[in-house]
Structure formats: structure tokens, C-alpha cells
Ligand binder design. Structure first.
Ligand code: ZN
Length: 304
């Protein structure tokens, strides 16, 4: 996957936005932020975060020094020379390990230096959050707010999946179980939704399924053909387009009005599930106020 989905140059290189983004991001990932971005004597900006690690007998806190570097505009990797006084900075914070939080990538020289420090047991560990890894996180469920706040233009482009109820409504391939809703962020035209139509005069919709395009879809199609039913498919990627989604919903409403027996119970149940799952991608994200209002109005756990 390319790292072209998110354009980190959107974050102003002047000021402390990149560091604030790093702080909020790492918090979302599960780290505890010990200190907010602080300009060191050398002009570098570091953050201290901790995480609870589970040892054999007890839990202990692992301290990470986070170095934030925002080179997206020049697109230069972060080199050893950019990370000056590495050892001193780690010592002054009493950090166990080092995290590079970069809008580009670390240079191989810097990686080698950190590997050497680890081999000599000067640091316990190091991790790199480079542009690609950060992007991988940002397009996952749960990161859409962060993306919307710091990278609004990329947010519009990615259209991340957001929750409509308290948890993700899954859309799993009926053959292999792959989660199709999340993969819509980085794969296009990889999945289909199919209506299974009975082969008699009634032409009832006896089932609906969704699956990866290719082997999974073919296997399911064959299964239904053996039951002498036909299938009609649409690309799920097309149904992410709001107008196409609305058309899909309205078409089925028309069918149901014309013939209330058109959909089998199973097909109707799955039809509703598909609409709910797709809404997480098609509808816009709710504001906090709107979420609160929804909970007040509906007053039910899970609220739909
Ligand atoms: Zn599949």
C-alpha cells in the first residue's frame, strides 16, 4: 500500500502541531503521555510516554522517549545528524527506549545507530512510527477523529470508517471471513454484494451475501448455481458513492412495496445489516453532540 492516502504536509511544519499530533496519536494507540511537547536545549522537541508491560510476575512501566520530526515538506529521511545527542536525551529523561515519530522515514544510518545502542544494551528497545505506519493506523477504526482534526483534507479523501453504534458493525466475507468494511479504505473494487434470485417465476430474492471478488465470490456463486438460483452482483466500492448507495436502498424499497414477498426473511435481515454496515462508510461522522442527542432520543444500549 502506498503512503499516498494521507498527505502529512497538511500539518504546518512551523509551530508545534506535529508534536501535538504525535501526543494525541500515541495516546490513542494506548500510551500514557507523561510530558507534553517540550523544547529541549538543542531545539529538539521530545515527548515522554509510558506503557505498562506485563512481566512474568508483575507489571512494570516502560518509559519511551519520543522524538518528533516533521520532514514531510522536504521529504527527507531522518538521519543520525537530525537526532543529535541521542544518548544524552535518553539519559536525561531516564528513558528505557526510543520512539521516532516521523512524517517521512528514518535513514538506514539512524536505524543502524539505534540497533547498535540496543545491542550494547544502552537502550532496551526502539520503535519507528514512520509515515507508512502512522497512515496504517490512521485509516483504522477509532482514528477518524484524529484524522479529521489534524489532516482534514486527507480525511475527506480517505473517508474513514466511523462507528454508528457503540461498536463496529462488521461486513465479513461470507466465504473467508475477511472484514470488508475496513479494507475499503485501501482496496478498491475488491468486494461484491450479491442478491441470490430464485429461478422460478416468482424471482424472489432468497438470500444476500457479500464476499471478496475472485475465489470467494466464485465459490459462493457456484454453491447457489447448484441450487439453480441466479445471482446479481454489485461492486461494494461503487456503493460507497452516496448517490449509488441511495439508489440501491431506494430500489429495494420499491421492490418491497411492489411485492412484499419479494425478499425472504433471511435476505431482508441481511439487507438491513448491509445498509447499517455501509452507513459507517457512506454517512458522515457524527459530532459528539449528535451522538449524545441520539443516545438521549433512543435511550437504548447500542442505540439502533
Ligand atoms: Zn473472502
Amino acid at each position: 500500500m502506498s503512503s499516498k492516502l494521507i498527505d502529512f504536509t497538511e500539518i504546518d511544519p512551523d509551530g508545534e502541531l506535529w508534536e501535538l499530533f504525535a501526543r494525541d496519536f500515541l495516546q490513542e494507540v494506548g500510551f500514557f503521555v507523561e510530558s507534553t511537547p517540550d523544547r529541549g536545549a538543542d531545539g529538539g522537541k521530545d515527548i515522554l510516554v509510558t506503557e505498562q508491560l506485563q512481566g512474568n510476575l508483575n507489571k512494570y512501566r516502560f518509559k519511551w522517549l519520543v522524538s518528533c520530526k516533521h520532514n514531510a515538506k522536504s521529504n527527507k529521511s531522518v538521519s543520525e545528524k537530525d537526532e543529535i545527542n541521542l544518548q544524552e536525551r535518553l539519559d536525561s529523561f531516564g528513558a528505557d527506549g526510543f520512539i521516532g515519530f516521523y512524517s517521512t522515514i528514518p535513514s538506514s544510518g539512524l536505524n543502524n545507530r539505534l540497533t547498535a545502542l540496543k545491542d550494547k544494551q544502552k537502550i532496551k528497545d526502539f520503535r519507528m512510527f514512520d509515515n507508512r505506519l502512522i497512515e496504517n493506523y490512521l485509516i483504522r477504526i477509532g482514528f477518524s477523529k484524529l484524522l479529521m482534526r489534524y489532516l482534514p483534507n486527507s480525511y475527506k479523501k480517505v473517508k474513514p470508517v466511523h462507528l454508528i453504534t457503540s461498536e463496529l458493525i462488521p461486513l465479513e466475507c461470507e466465504h473467508c471471513g475477511k472484514e470488508l468494511i475496513e479494507s475499503l479504505n485501501n482496496e478498491t473494487y475488491g468486494a461484491v454484494v450479491c442478491h441470490v434470485i430464485s429461478n422460478d417465476d416468482s424471482e424472489k430474492i432468497i438470500d444476500i451475501y457479500w464476499a471478496c471478488k475472485g475465489t470467494c465470490d466464485t465459490k459462493l456463486e457456484e454453491k447457489y448455481h447448484r441450487q439453480s438460483a441466479t445471482t446479481a452482483w454489485e461492486d461494494i466500492t461503487d456503493l460507497v458513492i452516496p448517490a449509488m448507495f441511495l439508489r440501491w436502498v431506494l430500489t429495494s424499497m420499491n421492490q418491497m412495496r411492489e411485492n412484499p414477498e419479494m425478499y425472504s426473511d433471511e435476505a431482508y435481515k441481511k439487507h438491513k445489516h448491509f445498509i447499517m454496515a455501509m452507513s459507517q462508510k457512506v454517512l458522515r461522522e457524527m459530532t459528539e453532540d449528535e451522538k449524545q442527542r441520539t443516545i438521549e432520543l433512543i435511550n437504548l444500549p447500542g442505540y439502533i
